[in-house]
Ligand binder design. Structure first.
Ligand code: HSE
Length: 436
């Protein structure tokens, strides 16, 4: 291979950064055959320069000051693997300003500041590639942006946080406690630096923001996503959901409806025979509904160093191929031509229509079931399934129902009335139910 190598400046040598070094080295030959030149990390930044790492960093000039790498004259492309908003944003903008393409895995940065970043990149005519920001190693960005370019995308739904899926799987299959499963996910390098981003649904909402933007051609609108996590999912809910024939998964959901776009991330009951119910551990799955192709699904490792590096390196290959070409011929970063992006009206959660799961702890008295079902009937909420768990040793009983499709505000009214029943305890669970 005679062409000069593509020189990568790597910001961050954590799990993802080390994964990039490892994959570029392990697959060097295959990558060079694809690009027509080799791709090598020549410069890197790390907070602790001297810390021992699992990969060989031989030949890489490592400094503590990331800006030095982002602005380095001998670097052709920047990989941002630091995460967080600042200084990642300043570094990305500094690289763009110097005409350097950027590859980033930073979903938080793109979800919150992406509109400004993509605008700067467009002005300067450089690529900002972000395959690794959603779904780890799953090439979902490319699939939506290029593979489905002939479709109007109607909906997408996915398990897009590996940590949540890992925790829910461990709780469900192994009876592990929430805290222990979370600690394992952190040890395995799946969780965010701040794991509340995972378990409170924020990471999934970041990713959903990106997916909805490229699927529907709307600006990145993180502040319009309704966000809930998995911290309210109890072992009892997991057990009762199973008894009713469902699994509890954390989903990101984006749908176009007559009333507007739905953008929501929350724990969801999914019938056990559906694909999403069968995706366990750190695996992610994204289902996409196009008006030409119908439904497709993408499945794979959604977190972890090597999986994420797989997506980053794919972006590096794209960048290398496009370097020096006219930016007007690049695939638009957000899939649609920048001038054709449209603000779409996003529905308030109150107006979203879905089925619901409700579990109520009640004193074991006559008339309890009738009182609950009467409230639902008064509000024209039909019951699809119902389960009563008998009390043991003087403990309270549990009643769980799955409702028909109902607007959220009507279900909330039912919930309010149920709460006021004298025999109902405070321990009430509610989750949406979806049938993708
Ligand atoms: N914390 C993220 C997850 C990492 O668990 O999915 C990948 O984005």
């Amino acid at each position: 291979m005679s062409a000069a190598p593509l020189r990568v400046g790597l910001l961050g040598l954590g799990t993802v950064g080390q994964g990039v070094v490892r994959i570029l080295s392990r697959n060097a030959e295959e990558i060079a055959r694809r690009v027509g030149r080799s791709v090598v990390v020549t410069h890197a930044s790390a907070r602790d320069v001297s810390r021992a790492r699992e990969v060989s960093l031989a030949g890489i000039e490592i400094v503590a000051d990331a800006m030095q790498v982002a602005a380095h004259a001998d670097v052709d492309v920047i990989v941002e693997a630091i995460g967080g908003l600042s200084p990642a944003k300043e570094l990305v903008l500094a690289a763009i300003e110097r005409g350097k393409p950027v590859v980033t895995a930073n979903k938080a940065l793109l979800a919150l500041q992406g509109n400004a970043i993509f605008e700067a990149a467009q002005r300067r005519g450089v690529m900002v590639a972000f395959e690794a920001s959603v779904g780890g190693g799953i090439p979902v960005i490319k699939a939506i942006r290029e593979g489905l370019a002939g479709n109007r995308i109607e909906a997408l739904a996915g398990i897009i946080n590996g940590t949540c899926n890992y925790i829910l799987t461990q709780m469900s299959e192994k009876g592990q406690a929430f805290e222990d499963a979370l600690a394992d996910a952190q040890r395995l390098g799946y969780a965010e630096a701040d794991p509340t981003f995972d378990v409170e649904g924020v990471d999934a909402a970041h990713k959903l923001t990106i997916l909805a933007s490229i699927a529907f051609g709307m600006p990145l609108s993180f502040d319009k996503v309704s966000v809930e996590g998995i911290t309210k999912v109890t072992p009892q809910d997991i057990k009762i959901a199973r008894a009713l024939g469902y699994r509890i998964k954390h989903l990101g959901i984006a749908k176009r409806t007559q009333a507007g776009v739905e953008l929501r991330a929350h724990a969801t009951l999914v019938p056990e025979d559906r694909l999403l119910a069968k995706v366990d551990g750190v695996l992610n799955t994204i289902l996409l509904q196009g008006n030409a192709v119908g439904q497709i699904g993408l499945y794979g490792r959604g977190a972890g160093g090597d999986a994420t590096a797989s997506a980053i390196v794919a972006d590096l290959v794209d960048v290398a191929r496009a370097l020096g070409s006219d930016a007007r011929h690049h695939v638009p970063a957000l899939a649609f031509q920048p001038a054709s992006m449209c603000e779409l009206s996003v529905m308030a959660l109150d107006d979203v229509v879905s089925a619901h799961y409700l579990r109520v702890t009640v004193a074991d008295e006559p008339g309890v079931l009738k009182a609950i079902t009467s409230i639902l009937a008064e509000l024209d909420i039909s019951i699809e399934a119902i389960l009563q768990k008998e009390p043991h040793d003087g403990a309270d009983a549990s009643v769980a129902v799955i409702t028909s499709q109902v607007p959220e505000h009507r279900f909330n009214e039912a919930l309010k009335r149920v709460r006021q029943l004298p025999f109902v305890r405070q321990d009430i669970s509610r989750f949406r139910v979806e049938y993708f």
